[in-house]
Every structure is written in structure tokens, then in C-alpha cells.
Ligand binder design. Structure first.
Ligand code: FAD
Ligand code: NA7
Length: 505
């Protein structure tokens, strides 16, 4: 330990990245302090140690997603011989939000204990820089003026981000909730407006629809920007068939409380400028997240931010100040995902305290959008592959099909969608797609799967991609029958052939 400093390492932020860095550093003998403090959301929600993922992100979201899937499974069960007595199956919001709260409480406890057994000093306080090696905080129970200053040889910033609530939309700050509040709302969400067209808006809209709520999604442009267009559109189409209502090119302009306590939302169409309004019980904003860096007093340490409040780091996650590092959602241009934050934090700690040279590899990071029909992907979208390699060098193999189980249960469209085009059964809801590089023997540069359990399926194929799998390797696979993933062993139709890639029956 360096006697000039209180600690070898100070970590600011006890989320995915910060916890991983702190524990790994302590494992290699470093004296570590970790600061974590949660500022209340615009609606006053607060939570414990663990950061976004554990408290208001991946974990509660996945439990809600599972609850939604179970709702659909109950319908399938009835089509396959199950009967349910009286009263009929119905969803009780408190019956979901209460286990979400309990699970989160248990994880908060486990994380606190984990820091204790790793010998990391956990300081539950907001902190800010006072110099290049020092930070200040107000210990619990102390009054203003009794702040304490501590120092470290190295400092890791892992403060993550918070959801954007647009101050320019009157009523949004007062009445709208975000993912910081939604999973533990005290009252059932009821008729809900989700604002935003990406990952979080669609996941929230998806499970709320599956739980039986009327859900509208206001999308200002396109769905899932940055993802493969065909897959993004498939997700939109399938969600719509399940009953989610999309209001495209539409932005809320005003939110007001009605006399009976509901929310009147005024909208404007971004093209025609036409206005309309509707009444909701809940409005959820999911229009992106801002890095939580404004209160860090970075100028005291001389650390620079980009225009969006994020850190531009070198390949060792170093900021412009050599002993100050950043990991997780605060990094410019890196995926905002928990496993990325964790791995980056661990590798950094090993480089600092265990003599490792290994760098974080941000290439081929897999991800999954947990909409009712999930979408998992790894590598390039078709559009990005064409941009990078040229259309002539890209071959796309694909197949659309229906999951056997859903076909057998004759899954139906949402009641209000029935008969619109004379069809009551769902269109094939799975899409398996490989984006390949012709000039490299059809090396797979993009893996995409829309369908049930896409998260589980994509994890394994991520390994194949890391190992440089080619289309011929996929063709050599023996399928596991009957599964959806076996489609990847027999993708014969190319998009360029003009043949139909729809496989029915
Ligand atoms: P965070 O986990 O946000 O932790 C930062 C911590 O620092 C927070 O506790 C914060 O309160 C604290 N802090 C901030 N400022 C200070 C300060 N000055 N002093 C002390 N403490 C401070 N990722 C996935 O991989 N899969 C998913 O399915 C997924 N789903 C998501 C769903 C939702 C709704 C959301 C919002 C996110 C989701 N994510 C998902 C993203 C994932 O949660 C983040 O990428 C991850 O949590 C980032 O970790 P982090 O360490 O950068 O920051
Ligand atoms: P993203 O991925 O940053 O997407 C933001 C979405 O919100 C996107 O569809 C935007 O449309 C839309 N948006 C942005 N600003 C507005 C305003 N002012 N009004 C209406 N709509 C708007 O955010 P998420 O919250 O979904 O996810 C953040 C990360 O957390 C994500 O990377 C996950 O890893 C976890 P656009 O396409 O820009 O027109």
C-alpha cells in the first residue's frame, strides 16, 4: 500500500462495474473503498446497493418479463389440456411488485455482505472530487461542514446513468415515471403510455401488455435504432399482434392530471403536426439515459468529459488523467450492458493490482431485447455489414417460422386484432438470420434470432462467433430436435436469391 494515500483504490459507484472492480482489486491485496449512494428518482424512488441492473434494470425487468410470459403460458396451458377453476386466472400487480421488491432487498443484502467478505470498505454516501487523488463525502449522521476527505493512488469512476425525463414537456417531471419507478409502482399501471422506441421502452411495453394492460408506445422515429432493421420490424409486428399499440412519429407535448386523477397526454405527429390527446393511468418515459457525472466535481481532478457527459478513455479505460479510470455506462461509445461493465471492471482491477495486461474486448458483445418474443443478436446488423463491406460482399441467410409449441396451441392474436385481415392466428414469429462475409468464406459477422428464449440461444452462438465460425460450421451442426435454435443448422435460403424464406409446417 502507498502510505501517501488512505486507500490504494477508490471506486465511485456500487453498480455492476464498480462492485466488480472493487472486489477484484481487494482479492489481489489492494486496500479499497467503494462509495455508493442512490439519489431519489423524479418520483422519489430509492433503492440499495447494487446499481441499476440489480435494482431498476435487468433483474426486476426479467422478473416482470417472466410474469408476462407466464400469462401467455396460462392461455397455452388451456389449449393443451389444463383447466383452471374459479376465479379465472387474473393478474394482481402487487403480487408481482412485492416479490420484485423482496428479491431486490435480498440482493442488496448479498452485495453488502459480499463487499464485507471481500474486505472492501463500503461507504454509503455521495462523493465528489476535491483533487486529482482525493474525494469528499458526508458520513452518515454528520452535519454539513463535517465532510471527510479521503485519497487513493487510483480512482475508478463507475457512476452509471439515470433515465432522461424531458423538462421541456410540461407535466413530465411531475407525473411521468421511468424504469427507476415502474417495477415497484405502488398502484397497478393500468392503461399505460410508454414513450421511446428502443430497448427499454419496448421491454416495458411488452411485459405490461402481457400482464393485460392496454399499452400504447409513442415512437418519434423508428424502433430499435442501431439493431438489424428486419429484426427490429419483426419485433414491432409481433408486439402489435400481441396487442401493443404503436403511435409512430408521435411525441407527447403536454401531460396534465385529470379531475379523477388520471393523466391526459397531448400528442403531436412529427410529420403532419396533427394533434390529439388520450387518457392514461401511467406514463413511462424510456427515451435514453444520461451519465450521472455532473455532480462529481471533475474539474477538481482535471478530468474531461465529452459533450454528452461521458468519458473518452484509452484502451485501458484511462481518462485524460492517468490514474483515474472509468468503466460501465459512463464510457463513450461502449455498449451499456451489465456483463460489459463487470468484465471491464474486473480486467481493470487485474491490470492495476495483479500484473495482468489483458484488455477489454468490446467486439462481438452479444445482447438480447427481452420483449415478449425476444430478440438476441451478436455482431453486425445487415445494414452495418453492408456499410462496412459493401453489398456485393455480404450474404444473408434466413428463415422465418413458427415455434412448434405455439403452432400446436394455435396461439391467437390479441382479441382486438382478430379478423383485421381475416386471419386469427399469428404469423410465424421466429426469425433466424446469419449475416456472412462472402470474401471470407462466409464468415458469420452477424447472428440474429427473434423468438422465444433468444437470450439463452444467443449466449451459446456468441461463443461460436468469438471462435470465428463460418456458415459451413453452422451447416455442420446437428440440430437438437424439436427446438427453434435448430433452424441455424439448416439455413439454406439467401435474401439475394429472391426465394421465400418463410417456412410453414
Ligand atoms: P450502475 O449499475 O448504474 O451503478 C452506478 C451506481 O453509482 C449507482 O448505484 C449510483 O446510484 C451510484 N452513484 C452515482 N453517482 C454517485 C456518486 N457521486 N457517489 C456515490 N455513488 C454514486 N443490461 C444488460 O446487460 N441486460 C439487461 O437485460 C439490461 N436491462 C436493463 C433494463 C433497464 C430498465 C435498464 C435501465 C438497464 C438495463 N441494462 C441491462 C443495463 C445495465 O443495467 C447497465 O448497463 C449497468 O447497470 C451499468 O452498470 P454501471 O456499473 O455502469 O452503473
Ligand atoms: P436508447 O437506446 O438511448 O433509446 C432512446 C429511445 O428514445 C430511442 O427510440 C429514441 O428515438 C427515443 N427518444 C430519444 N429522445 C426522445 C424524446 N425527447 N422524445 C421521444 N423519444 C425520444 O435508450 P433506452 O432507454 O431504451 O436504453 C438505454 C440503454 O439502457 C440501452 O443501451 C440498454 O443497454 C440499457 P430515436 O431513435 O433517437 O429517434
Amino acid at each position: 500500500a502507498n502510505p501517501n494515500y488512505t486507500y490504494d483504490l477508490i471506486v465511485i459507484g456500487g453498480g455492476s462495474g464498480g462492485l466488480a472492480a472493487a472486489k477484484e482489486a481487494a482479492k489481489h491485496g489492494a486496500k479499497v473503498a467503494l462509495f455508493d449512494y442512490v439519489k431519489p428518482s423524479t418520483q422519489g424512488s430509492k433503492w440499495g446497493l447494487g446499481g441499476t441492473c440489480v435494482n431498476v434494470g435487468c433483474v426486476p425487468k426479467k422478473i416482470c418479463h417472466y410474469s408476462g410470459l407466464l400469462g401467455h403460458a396460462i392461455k397455452d396451458a388451456q389449449a393443451l389440456g389444463w383447466t383452471f377453476g374459479d376465479p379465472k386466472p387474473a393478474h394482481d400487480w402487487e403480487g408481482l411488485s412485492s416479490p420484485v421488491r423482496d428479491h431486490r432487498g435480498m440482493l442488496n443484502f448479498l452485495y453488502r455482505r459480499g463487499l464485507q467478505s471481500a474486505h472492501v470498505e463500503y461507504i454509503n454516501a455521495l462523493t465528489a472530487f476535491t483533487g486529482p487523488h482525493s474525494v469528499t463525502y458526508l458520513p452518515k449522521g454528520k452535519e454539513e461542514g463535517e465532510e471527510v476527505e479521503v485519497s487513493a493512488a487510483h480512482i475508478v469512476i463507475a457512476v452509471g446513468g439515470r433515465p432522461v425525463v424531458p423538462r421541456e414537456v410540461p407535466g413530465a417531471v411531475e407525473y411521468a415515471v421511468t424504469s427507476d419507478d415502474l417495477f415497484t409502482l405502488k398502484t397497478p399501471p393500468g392503461k399505460t403510455l410508454c414513450v421511446g422506441g428502443s430497448y427499454i421502452a419496448l421491454e416495458c411495453a411488452g411485459f405490461l401488455t402481457e400482464l393485460g394492460n392496454e399499452v400504447h408506445v409513442a415512437v418519434r422515429s423508428i424502433l430499435l435504432r442501431g439493431f438489424d432493421r428486419q429484426c427490429a420490424e419483426k419485433i414491432g409486428a409481433v408486439m402489435q399482434e400481441f396487442g401493443t399499440e404503436f403511435l409512430y412519429q408521435t411525441m407527447p407535448t403536454h401531460i396534465a392530471k385529470t379531475e379523477d386523477g388520471r393523466l391526459k397526454v397531448s400528442f403531436r405527429h412529427t410529420g403532419t403536426q396533427a394533434e390529439h390527446s388520450d387518457i392514461y393511468d401511467t406514463v413511462v418515459y424510456a427515451i435514453g439515459r444520461n451519465p450521472d457525472t455532473a455532480g462529481l466535481n471533475l474539474k477538481a481532478a482535471g478530468v474531461a468529459l465529452n459533450g454528452g457527459g461521458k468519458f473518452v478513455t484509452d484502451k485501458e479505460e484511462r481518462t485524460n488523467v492517468p490514474h483515474i479510470y472509468a468503466v460501465g455506462d459512463v464510457l463513450e461509445g461502449k455498449p451499456e450492458l451489465t456483463p460489459v461493465a463487470i468484465r471491464t471492471g474486473e480486467l481493470l482491477a487485474r491490470r492495476l493490482f495483479a500484473g495482468s495486461k489483458k484488455l477489454m474486448d468490446y467486439d462481438l458483445v452479444p445482447t438480447t431485447v427481452f420483449t415478449p418474443t425476444e430478440y438476441g443478436c451478436c455482431g453486425l446488423s445487415e445494414e452495418d455489414a453492408v456499410d462496412r463491406y459493401g453489398e456485393a460482399n455480404v450474404e444473408v441467410f434466413l428463415s422465418e417460422f413458427m415455434t412448434l409449441e405455439f403452432a400446436a396451441t394455435h396461439r391467437q392474436r390479441a382479441p382486438k386484432r382478430m379478423g383485421e385481415d381475416g386471419m386469427n392466428e399469428l404469423q410465424p414469429m421466429c426469425l433466424a438470420k446469419l449475416v456472412c462475409l462472402k470474401q471470407e468464406d462466409n464468415k458469420v459477422v452477424g447472428f440474429h434470432f427473434v423468438g422465444p428464449n433468444a437470450g439463452e440461444i444467443t449466449q451459446g452462438f456468441h461463443l461460436a462467433m468469438k471462435l470465428g465460425a463460418k456458415k459451413a460450421d453452422f451447416d455442420d451442426m446437428i440440430g437438437i430436435h424439436p427446438t427453434d435454435a435448430e433452424a441455424f443448422a439448416s439455413l439454406h435460403t439467401t435474401k439475394a436469391s429472391g426465394e421465400s424464406w418463410l417456412n410453414v409446417g
